[in-house]
Write a protein that binds this ligand. Structure first.
Ligand code: TZD
Ligand code: CA
Length: 527
């Protein structure tokens, strides 16, 4: 008779979830016995890195991914990284081992006491099946919930469950399929089109979902038909529109009044595939400029419910954009002539300006490169210099939780073999996910990590000024040499001391991972 373990292995095979990101403990070992051929276990050395690698891999492949971590301690280590996966709406199924059923009540070592409660604020669904026979169905539910809700889920499995035989009835779950339809109905469609035909000056705001849902090119088509200016929604984790397109106005600032100021003069603001909005620095004020209506399309019911303003259609952004493309069936008014970038600002002796680093990347890396960025004081410089025109070109920690960038760049590279990946990481951020370098070395992941070393938590210096705290302790990170750290994990590394050196290193072909460290001058995110 097949066991719980055989059945779950088959379930994972049927759903193509055979690349597992994990860091196991004793509770998890019985699940890993007899893994069929074709499974790949990508070991991460810390659960934060494990979750972020899986997040990058799931985003790059557009598929749900299984994460295998240890009970309370391992799950807890992964929770910071899970905040980003929640905000990015990444379908991760986090499966943790649990002590044997009879040992949970007495709180034996490594029992995960009240396992589901531990994760509940973050995950959309958490379960510890009531009996062993229910584990395969619960795993199927967790993967369907993750996909339908687009939110991580959590399953805690007592380790004595895996070898329990299951009857025929349980195998029925293997053949299940769950499909969702999310198109607008006719009346909703008419209403949406009316909003835009009656607008005198519409503005379009696009969220990361536009890119995760494969709508990057469709969004360009619709914006060109509307002839409307386009912004990326605040706190962007993916780029939904080519950043040098003449209709692109940039990423909206992440403050309430600042958004109103940026959108002033528009009477209809169409928001697609984003929450309204993911603010950051608190700048109280009106949510919208005078005379503006907000029309919102998202398939995220929670984002629809919590928005402070506007009318929302809960539907697939794909169906709304398709409808608009049909409704505005007129000759395309805009020819995509990219706005050229300005000359990069200069640094000082031995320290490059971040703009010089980004201009070097732009000029030396292939046009379809995916960038995973976790460098927080350099966003202004980034958007001034980069020229990103392809879907899947840009990834950023969606909830602002550091420790995503380095591991996610490994996950993205593993998820899209053949497409170049560059991680752009600050000397503060790198430390939270540093162990991902080891995984990159072990799997010979083709990846360039550009490490910007300004010696400080640059963004917090800027925030300190904003909040009237110019003298906070604990903001500098001197004395870190990432070339030596990287070499220690098995990743070849160089220090580039000048623009010429940097450009020459970046233009050199390489196999596997490499790290390029460069010293940079301090900038602010907005300058
Ligand atoms: N811890 C975690 C997990 N996430 C955070 N966002 C922070 C702390 C706070 N934080 C920021 O929001 S930005 C930042 C910190 C510590 C500085 C990052 O430094 P960096 O980049 O060197 O990576 P810059 O360009 O110097 O800002
Ligand atoms: Ca820094």
């Amino acid at each position: 008779m097949p066991t719980v373990r055989d059945t779950v292995h088959q379930l994972l095979q049927r759903h193509e979830m055979t690349t597992i990101f994990g860091n196991p403990g004793s509770n998890e070992l019985p699940f890993l016995a007899d893994l069929p051929d074709g499974f790949r276990y990508v070991l991460g050395l810390h659960e934060g890195a494990v979750v972020s690698m899986a997040d990058g891999y799931a985003q790059a492949t557009g598929r749900p991914v299984l994460v295998n971590v240890h009970a309370a301690s391992g799950s807890g280590n992964g929770m910071g990284a899970l905040t980003n996966a929640v905000a990015a709406r990444t379908p991760l199924v986090v499966m943790a081992g649990q002590q044997v059923r009879s040992a949970i009540g007495v709180e034996a070592n490594l029992a995960n006491v009240d396992a589901t409660a531990l994760m509940r604020p973050l995950v959309g669904f958490a379960t510890e099946p009531a009996c062993a026979e229910d584990v395969p169905r619960a795993m199927a539910q967790a993967l369907f919930e993750a996909t339908l809700q687009r939110r991580p889920t959590y399953v805690s499995v007592p380790y004595d469950d895996w070898t329990v035989p299951v009857g025929d009835a349980v195998a029925g779950v293997l053949d299940r399929a769950v499909r969702r339809a999310g198109a607008l109905d006719d009346e909703q469609g008419r209403w949406l089109v009316d909003q835009l035909t009656s607008a005198t000056s519409p503005a379009v705001v696009l969220g990361g979902d536009v890119d995760t849902q494969g709508l990057f090119d469709r969004a360009v088509d619709v914006a060109e038909r509307l002839g409307a200016p386009v912004w990326a929604a605040p706190s962007q984790f993916r780029l939904p529109f080519p950043n040098r397109h003449p209709l692109f106005r940039g990423v909206l600032p992440a403050g309430i009044s600042a958004v109103s100021d940026a959108l002033a003069g528009h009477d209809v603001v169409l928001v697609v595939g984003a929450p309204v909005f993911r603010y950051h620095e608190h700048q109280p004020g009106r949510y919208l400029p005078d005379g503006a209506r907000l029309v919102h399309v998202t398939d995220d019911a929670s984002a629809a419910a919590r928005a402070p303003v506007g009318e929302t259609l809960v539907a697939d952004p794909a169906s709304a954009l398709e409808l608009l493309a049909k409704a505005f069936d007129r000759p395309v008014g805009t020819i995509f002539e990219p706005t050229p970038p300005p000359a990069p600002r200069a640094g000082e002796a031995g320290r490059l300006h971040p703009e010089e680093v980004f201009a070097a990347l732009r000029d030396t890396q292939p046009a379809d490169t995916s960038y995973v960025v976790e460098s927080t004081s350099t966003t202004g410089s980034w958007w001034r210099q980069m020229d990103l025109r392809r879907p899947g070109s840009y990834y950023f920690p969606a909830a602002g939780g550091l420790g995503y960038g380095l591991p996610a760049s490994v996950g993205v590279a593993l998820g899209q073999p053949g497409r170049p990946v560059v991680g752009v990481i600050g000397d503060g951020s790198a430390n939270y996910g540093i162990t991902a370098l080891w995984t990159a070395a072990q799997h010979r992941v083709p990846l360039t990590v550009v490490l910007l070393r300004n010696g400080t938590y640059g963004a917090l210096r800027w925030f300190g000024d904003l909040l009237g705290v110019p003298d906070a302790p604990g903001l500098d990170v001197p004395g870190l040499d990432f070339t030596r750290i990287a070499e220690g994990y098995g990743v070849p590394a160089v220090h580039a001391g000048s623009v010429e050196e940097l450009r020459s290193v970046l233009a050199t072909p390489h196999d596997g991972p490499r790290l390029v460290q460069v010293d940079t001058v301090l900038t602010t995110p907005s300058s």
